[in-house]
Design a protein around this ligand. Structure first.
Ligand SMILES: Cc1ncc(COP(=O)(O)O)c(C=O)c1O
Length: 365
């Protein structure tokens, strides 16, 4: 749904939160933020309507959203979101990583879910506005960040299955601790044989809540089997690797080639794209093509596939030590390629390594 009525620039109104947490309370939260538990003092809110386009951009106190019980999102799940991080550099500045890619992915998710496309400029402006209000919430301890969650949903009050004519876009943010506090121990993955995350022609490539709802029961099964995460296969042939519940997967061959599944039903991760670029810069070959489970099993058995890792914004890169199915296991000892690419990527994100692809955007200036 194109947004022809959007004005050229959005003039945000700003309402300060009178109950903003005092500095001492904020610092206590930032000293031990966990993940997704605490939220900053403000949020961004932009309205969209079929007749008025994007309008009424605001920064306002973080707080409950008032919804009519018939709001379409509550019934038909017309909703999309993004996930990204703001990093505090040593010089005190606040930067984010490849935000234009998140803007484009939100637009692609919007097209798939019949929601309006938020122009990239508005998306970037919304991040800057939130950081202007809540920049003090970006922690500075090693590997910490401010997790930013832009989202959009059907707010129109009606019952009926059609695209909503009233939609709101929000941005909230939550300080995040280092993901791996006890060192980078390899994760264990459960192969879901009963459940699919997405199907051909479905919504797997969109970042929409229903995909995550569909993954929960499989994730519970992973925990029951002693594993950290779940891996899904394609639903059509039940043999091609797709992705984890919230991360992409990459295999590493003995000759250094990186192998990652191509599929129309997985979320194209920005972390994966960046890791593959860094690997190419180092001279690794990269194969982005359909990959079967059998290829992984046989490659691991023959020694041709030596390493595997998962990647995504939250964990960055997580080596995979074990893939467990109902009647087989694959184990990997090596973590070198994963950890070295992780080090380079986080180095760029925190300003320790030269940003030669111009990936970082300053948000506080
Ligand atoms: C289903 C799914 N796949 C992959 C990813 C990785 O994407 P990104 O690297 O852009 O965070 C995510 C996380 O956002 C995800 O939710």
């Amino acid at each position: 749904m194109k947004n022809l009525l959007a004005p050229q620039t959005l003039q945000f109104t700003r309402t300060a939160n009178e109950n903003a947490r005092p500095a001492a309370e904020r610092d206590a939260i930032l000293a031990d933020p966990g993940f997704g538990k605490h939220f900053t003092d403000h949020m961004v809110d932009i309205c969209w309507s079929e007749w008025g386009g994007w309008h009424r951009p605001r920064v306002q106190p973080y707080g409950p959203i008032s919804l009519d019980p018939s709001a379409a999102v509550l019934h038909y799940g017309q909703e999309i979101f993004e996930g990204m991080k703001a990093y505090r550099w040593q010089d005190g500045s606040i930067r984010t990583f490849r935000p234009e890619e998140n803007a484009k992915r939100l637009q692609r998710s919007a097209v798939r879910m019949a929601l309006p496309e938020l122009p990239t400029d508005y998306f970037l402006e919304s991040l800057k506005e939130l950081v202007a209000a809540d920049g003090d919430w970006v922690p500075s301890a090693p590997d910490t960040s401010l997790y930013i969650r832009p989202f959009m949903f059907a707010k129109e009050a009606f019952l009926g299955v059609r695209p909503a004519k009233k939609v709101n876009y929000y941005v909230i943010a939550s300080p995040a601790a280092a993901y791996f506090s006890g060192g980078l121990a390899p994760v264990s993955i459960w192969l879901s044989s009963q459940y699919s995350r997405a199907g051909k022609g479905g919504t797997g490539a969109a970042k929409t809540g229903g995909n995550y709802a569909a993954s929960l029961v499989a994730q519970a099964e992973a925990y029951e089997n002693g594993c950290d995460q779940v891996l899904f296969l394609d639903s059509e042939h039940d043999r091609y690797l797709e992705e984890l519940g919230g991360m992409n997967i990459v295999l590493v061959k003995k000759d250094g080639t990186l192998l990652t599944p191509a599929s129309e039903s997985i979320l194209p991760g920005i972390t994966r794209d960046s890791i593959l670029q860094l690997a190419k810069d180092r001279g690794h070959a990269v194969e982005h093509r359909p990959v079967t489970l059998d290829e992984w099993r046989e490659g691991a058995a023959s020694g041709d596939i030596v390493e595997a890792f998962a990647c995504g914004t939250a964990a960055v890169v997580a080596p995979i030590g074990l893939l467990k199915g109902t009647d087989f296991e694959i184990r990997h000892e090596a973590t070198d390629v994963a950890l070295s690419l992780r080090e380079e990527l986080t180095g760029i994100q925190y300003g320790r390594v030269e940003d030669r692809h111009d990936w970082m955007l300053r948000l506080d200036a």
